[in-house]
Design a protein around this ligand. Sequence first.
Ligand SMILES: [Zn+2]
Ligand SMILES: [Zn+2]
Length: 207
Amino acid sequence: MSQLKIRKTLGKTPITCPCCKELKTLNDTPLITIFQKQAKAGVIRKKTDTVEALNKEILSSIEYYSDAVNQKECHQYKLWACNQCIKDEKAIIADFSKQQPSYGGPYIMYLDLMLNCKYCDTSFCFSAKEQQYWYEDLQLTIDAKATRCNDCRKKKVVQQRLMVLLAKESVFTEEELEELIECYEIIGSKEKVQEYKGRLKNKRNSK
Ligand SMILES: [Zn+2]
Ligand SMILES: [Zn+2]
């Protein structure tokens, strides 16, 4: 199967990069290589043994992926970027062999995504790097998505720590009281901060 032949026949097909929104040719993207790898691995619909069949397969893949220009409206599975965007580190090529499949997919690339936090409704960036880490290193299924912004993620960790600290029935040590104050400061609970500051002060005075 000749790469060169495919590049010659398809390479000049114009396609808009969903990342920078500039008009590129297929040769300005890593898509041909990715689709060839996918065809070889049997990821795309059927195995393709001839150049003609592969061309056809790649063309239909391109058709499928070419409506990914508007990030907000398209499915994340369809996101891709041109070589320049990858070079500028605006996108990362995915290793689909490491992804845990779910419905749809695989992801062919990771692009920074703006998501809305489920807990405070502010928008936050689920970065390409984080996505790569989630889906390839942690091997979370590819439909797993970040639901919390950084602040809410921090708060969640603090809340879990608080549960552990507060589960302790016995009297708190000075260190534990300090940690409780710190936790409540992060959560933003002023009353609790005051309460535990008072308890810490009493503890120190009683020494
Ligand atoms: Zn681009
Ligand atoms: Zn949030």
